[in-house]
Design a protein around this ligand. Structure first.
Ligand code: SAM
Length: 166
């Protein structure tokens, strides 16, 4: 089988998160933080016609160059060679800028960035079932995870949350 990460016909750059999945993630985060109504405040990588939160950046503003300070951030990043930059930015904004960042990522667990950054600094949630992203031509070839970067969580140990998102 072709490795989906290297298959150029498999371009996930513009695939959008379905609204019902986005709402499920907010509901999941409400339970995670024991709050009534968790709401994301920023999507740093999106388009004008795909708005789920009050504040957003598109390619034009370049979300990687903007501050995410104090925001509650949802990141389904453009997939491709630059994806590590989005993971590093998420980590740094949570560590130094008081952001809570929830990333929706493919479940590739063999990469360097997964081991060196995500496993060390994020909480990982394995999502049960395949997400049918808006704009995709079929089901994705791999599943998804959430990587939750929250510097306030005072985690001492890695916690892998193995549960479905329902
Ligand atoms: C996988 S899609 C996800 C869209 C949206 N966040 C969602 O979850 O539905 C990635 C988005 O990032 C946008 N994008 C690519 N490079 C960007 C950049 N440097 N700054 C902001 N947005 C960017 C793309 O145009 C695309 O809309």
């Amino acid at each position: 089988m072709v490795d989906p990460r290297k298959d150029k016909s498999y371009d996930k750059t513009e695939w959008m998160t379905p609204l019902n999945v986005f709402r499920k993630i907010e509901k999941f985060m409400s339970e995670y933080f024991y709050v009534m109504d968790f709401k994301f405040t920023l999507d740093p990588c999106t388009t004008h016609n795909n708005l789920k939160v009050p504040k957003y950046f598109t390619k034009k503003e370049d979300g990687l160059k903007q501050s995410w300070k104090d925001e509650i951030v949802f990141v389904n990043p453009p997939y491709g060679p630059g994806i590590d930059d989005w993971i590093m930015k998420s980590y740094e904004e949570s560590k130094y800028n008081n952001a809570i960042v929830v990333m929706l990522l493919s479940n590739f667990t063999d990469t360097k960035i997964f081991h060196q950054i995500i496993l060390k600094y994020a909480e990982v949630v394995f999502i049960e079932g395949r997400i049918s992203f808006v704009g995709s031509k079929g089901s994705p070839r791999e599943g998804s995870i959430l990587a939750i970067f929250d510097n306030q969580s005072h985690r001492k140990y890695l916690r892998l949350t193995v549960r479905g998102l329902s």
